[in-house]
Design a protein around this ligand. Sequence first.
Ligand code: HEC
Ligand code: HEC
Length: 479
Amino acid sequence: MIQRSGSRAPARSGRLRVSGIVLMSGLVMLIGGGLLVADEPRESGGNIPNMLRFHDPSGEFATFNLAGDIDTNNPFFQDLGTNGRRCVTCHQPNDGWTITPGHLEQRFRTSSGKDPVFRPNDGAGCSTQDVSTEQARRHAYSLLLSKGLIRVERTVPPNAEYTVLDTDNPYGCGSTANVSVYRRPLASTNLSFLSTVMWDGRETFKDPSGNFQPIAFDLRQQAIDATTGHAQGNTPTDLQVQQIVDFETKIFSAQVRDHEAGDLDDDGAKGGPVHLSKQNFFLGINDPLGGNPTGAAFSPKIFDIFDKWTHIDDREYDEHTAARRSIARGEKLFNTLQIPIAGVGGLNDALNVPVINGSCGTCHDSPNVGDHSLVAPLNIGLVTAEQRTPDLPLITLRNNATGEIVQVSDPGRALITGKWADIGKFKGPILRNLAARAPYFHNGSAATLLDAVNFYDTRFNLHLSQQDKNDLVAFLKTL
Ligand code: HEC
Ligand code: HEC
């Protein structure tokens, strides 16, 4: 259980604007938005000012660190492996602690495709692809460049309830025993609100008596696996792992300013990472199925950040008012829009209810954060053969007991548990700092937040009006 309380370091508001090309003294260098880290961090001793603002398409976002300025001597920023990769290589502070296609393209150009993010082991569609020339690299890293996807390879569990018959892998990683799938790096921020680590929950663990381990336990194992996997290194030391986890769990990231609505903590609103850092969280804090350990009932009101913008007096009308009203309507829609949830694996089948009259918050239930407050892998239908695009594999699985066949672009949690029922299940992720880190969903299939909203509109027959869509998107952009 993750319960945070107690004193916090005061916010230091370094309002250094970063645009285009900025060179900060010391080790962190931002070139056209791409973060480069010097080779010998100790000698340069740089840091990232607390609350440093970065631009994103709809405004600015910032990271608030409870420990003050971000110390880039932390092993998160250091080369712990053998291929030049650091955690920060794929978790960039100026990309909302993930990577985005625009900045990846810049990094490709300035390095001719040799920046450490471009490594064959899991940056390429398959590690066997030719990377000997720049042209070959552009081809091999096409999925990374277009959607920011990293190859994740999983061995089918020995006792799986299914057999993988075929993978139709466009890059030559066609093994049916070690299946390759392609996923977005999850943001390495706001982690103290997580119930589930990784899209498929594979870094979420239980103790011997069956209780979930504290988040720090999961993140320690995750940091070890990331170092040996992505960075092809040896196991980091206990101290390094501890320092990484200390760092990761003290940072909070969120949008702070919107081009149209202005400052997101203005006039009573509670946007931005400082407010977020004060948000309470524990496992099950707002579970819709009665899983709150305190016994408290589920509240469909997930977000209350922009409540104060619901009623802006006409006399106070200024250039921000229309946008603020739209954001407040979007927040209300998120909390109240009726969604007839049907055919969702992990919900409808688990409860044996064909249609659940839910809302966005049925699955995104953590107050003011939006991930699922309990471990609840769900199949919302992103990986079907119809949704699959030709740049992704199409994996054919046969149920060993019934002979049933399904085709998916990513089996999700079923690659961890071996269970047929877990095919296509992924966690409900945190919905903060979204504007900084398009594209969305585990496979980057939604290029914009409007695309994500349109997915739900079609999937659940919502028939949203254009204004409803605009309001929802306006709200999601400010998170
Ligand atoms: C090559 C790119 C790459 C590197 C380097 C990398 N990661 Fe990641 N990270 C990913 C991807 C991809 C995922 C999601 C994979 C999945 O869920 O299947 C991820 C997921 C995570 C998550 C899970 C967050 C959540 O919401 O569940 C954390 C935490 C994380 N990484 C931290 C780290 C740390 C710490 C390091 C360095 C030791 C690191 N990463 C290095 C690509 C990378
Ligand atoms: C039935 C459960 C469910 C409902 C209802 C639901 N979501 Fe989701 N949402 C998920 C899951 C699961 C994911 C992760 C899916 C994946 O990528 O595989 C997700 C992902 C997202 C993402 C992408 C986040 C990212 O980091 O990529 C956004 C944005 C989002 N949801 C917004 C919404 C909005 C807005 C609504 C209401 C209109 C909504 N969701 C309703 C389960 C749900």
